[in-house]
Design a protein around this ligand. Structure first.
Ligand SMILES: [Zn+2]
Ligand SMILES: [Zn+2]
Length: 392
């Protein structure tokens, strides 16, 4: 999971963008006698052509240059950010179609570039979707999530994916035997959530409100509960009530089932004073405003969901000032939070299996995204795309 942030995307080299997809026409140009060779140099991949135009195509097999790896994708997970890109047909500052798509993955190393140490053929790995430069102002400040030269990688909905050298060196981890690829692939979104929670200052025993019960909201609920916080979840759909409880919410407020969501939520906090921490994980102006109304004096709000650029919200300055309220937002992850998230996933403490509620083959990716567009019909938390084929 990563959110859009003004000023970050434009600067990086982006692997998986159009320059990296020699589509079939370019790959052809080989004679009939080279047919076998041609077959082994192509793979199936989902290519996004524009707004809600996702196609499964044969594209060139990636190969590993110096420092790089090629990974056979074991599992790639659907993500709200991918859905946003699919809905809009582009990522304003990151990717232009046609582009390879998908960024949460784990799989097996099938090619090792020159000079790579620490990885060998057959290794099971999770490769994160980005790596920082560790040289810019932000990296030196310990804010690698804001790196001015963050290198991104996309193209997880494919049989194979190339992992750029910097990600190999800084953000690729060995997956222990016994941890399924689809669980290991949760490392990336969870790393964003872990960082968001760390930055929000909640301690064991504190009360926390999480607004939103999509994959990210549900991960916040779970890691907060694992950290000893008492969580009140604010959800929309009926099925999200059970999900929120499953992942550790002690109380759930359903929007639409109560007259005043803010009042109902505050009533569940100690002495009705408001929550110590409020996490906004919906990305709408209304929920941003609710978050500020639900926090206690001296508390902290983390606007984790990123609404479209240009969105404005109205906040009561009186409440912010005299309430001594801290407002913050969180974006992306750092190598350290990736490792914390990976530890949670591989230790078995995090309920990975419960997040993967759907499975599909690569050929079904366009249909999965079409279904995700109508949220009511799409109840899955996350769908694992399994290029080897989904079990029936
Ligand atoms: Zn994601
Ligand atoms: Zn940097």
């Amino acid at each position: 999971m990563y959110q859009m942030q003004q000023g970050v995307w434009g600067l990086h080299e982006v692997a998986g963008s159009v320059g990296d997809i020699p589509l079939l026409d370019e790959v052809r140009g080989v004679g009939r006698s080279e047919k076998i060779e041609e077959m082994t140099t192509e793979m199936m991949a989902a290519v996004l052509y524009g707004k809600q135009d996702l196609r499964l195509e044969r594209v060139a097999m990636p190969c590993a240059a110096a420092g790089e790896l090629v990974v056979r994708v074991g599992a790639a997970l659907t993500c709200g950010t991918d859905l946003k890109v699919y809905r809009r047909g582009y990522h304003a500052m990151m990717l232009k179609p046609p582009m390879l798509f998908g960024h949460e993955l784990a799989g097996e190393v099938v090619e090792v570039g020159e000079g790579v140490s620490g990885f060998a053929l057959g290794d099971r790995v999770v490769a994160l979707n980005s790596a920082p430069c560790d040289a810019c102002f932000f990296c030196k400040q310990g804010q690698q999530n804001l790196c001015e030269d963050l290198l991104f990688n996309n193209g997880a909905y494919a049989e194979y994916i190339r992992i750029p050298a910097r990600i190999v060196a800084k953000n690729t981890l060995h997956v222990p035997q016994g941890v399924p690829y689809e669980h290991a692939a949760l490392t990336e979104p969870l790393a964003c959530v872990v960082r968001g929670l760390e930055e929000s200052g909640g301690r064991a025993g504190d009360s926390m409100v999480v607004i939103g019960a999509g994959p990210i909201g549900l991960m916040f609920i779970h890691v907060a509960e694992l950290s000893g916080l008492r969580v009140i979840a604010v959800v929309k759909r009926d099925d999200q009530i059970a999900s929120a409880k499953l992942f550790g919410a002690s109380e759930v407020v359903q929007i639409g089932a109560v007259k005043d969501v803010v009042a109902a939520t505050r009533a569940l906090t100690p002495e009705g004073r408001g929550a110590d921490v409020v996490i906004e994980a919906v990305a709408s102006p209304a929920t941003w405003e609710w978050a500020v109304d639900m926090v206690r004096k001296g508390g902290m709000v983390n606007f984790f969901g990123g609404p479209p650029s240009g969105t404005k919200v109205a906040l009561d300055t009186n409440r912010l000032h005299y309430g001594d309220i801290t407002l913050k937002a969180s974006f992306h992850h750092t190598p350290a939070t990736c490792r914390t998230a990976f530890e949670l996933v591989t230790s078995g403490r995090f309920k990975c299996a419960e997040y993967i509620t759907g499975r599909a083959g690569l050929d079904e990716v366009p249909a999965v995204f079409a279904a995700m567009m109508s949220r009511a019909a799409m109840k899955d938390i996350k769908t694992a795309i399994l290029p080897a084929g989904a079990p029936r």
